[in-house]
Design a protein around this ligand. Structure first.
Ligand code: SF4
Length: 180
């Protein structure tokens, strides 16, 4: 299998469980996952319609891997990239998804007002909360490593090991595939 374009959701999946990312790169999207994504999009459309525009940005990682950032919404006037989520149960994955988007924007040369880098913000409208997300130099290094690892993972014919915590898998849409 040739390496797919790497997007933010895959990076988030990799942080949660590399096996989950492998399934997704093979085109396996479980119904539960699709519903969660669809609900996130609906929340985004109904909560912040006025001040944001969705965008699709492409760039190339330092190792040559093609990258794509499908952005929920960018407020160019304020210089803020927004990502909407319905809950905080996978907050680490959400944060890295937004860092990935900020990185792709940086690689593509997209800046905010005054040429400053855009800032990230996670929005949880159902919880009435927002969380700022920053991209530091060390995060860029980690993202480059994750993208290289994802590209290598895509070429594997067998999935990576299961998540070490069985209890964690009980909340995963892929549980039946991993333990069925
Ligand atoms: S069920 Fe567990 S091992 Fe399988 S993809 Fe989900 S988190 Fe990973």
């Amino acid at each position: 299998m040739t390496a797919p374009r790497i997007g933010g959701m895959l990076v988030g999946y990799w942080r949660v469980c590399p096996r989950k990312a492998w399934y997704s790169m093979r085109g396996l999207w479980m119904e539960q996952e699709s519903e969660a994504v669809a609900l996130g999009r609906l929340l985004d459309r109904t909560s912040y319609r006025r001040r944001r525009r969705p965008a699709l940005i492409e760039a190339t990682a330092p190792d040559g891997t093609p990258l794509v950032a499908k952005l929920d919404g960018v407020d160019l006037r304020a210089g803020v990239l927004h990502e909407t989520k319905k809950g905080r149960s996978c907050e680490d994955a959400h944060v890295w998804q937004v860092r990935f988007y900020l990185w792709v924007l940086r690689l593509a040369g997209v800046t905010g007002p005054g040429g400053r880098p855009l800032r990230g913000q996670l929005d949880y409208p159902a919880l009435r909360r927002t969380e700022p997300v920053a991209l530091e130099l060390e995060h860029e290094g980690h993202l480059a490593e994750v993208v290289s690892a994802l590209a290598a993972c895509a070429r594997q014919d067998v999935p990576p090991e299961r998540h070490p915590r069985r209890s964690f898998c009980r909340r995963c849409a892929f549980e039946a595939l991993c333990y069925g």
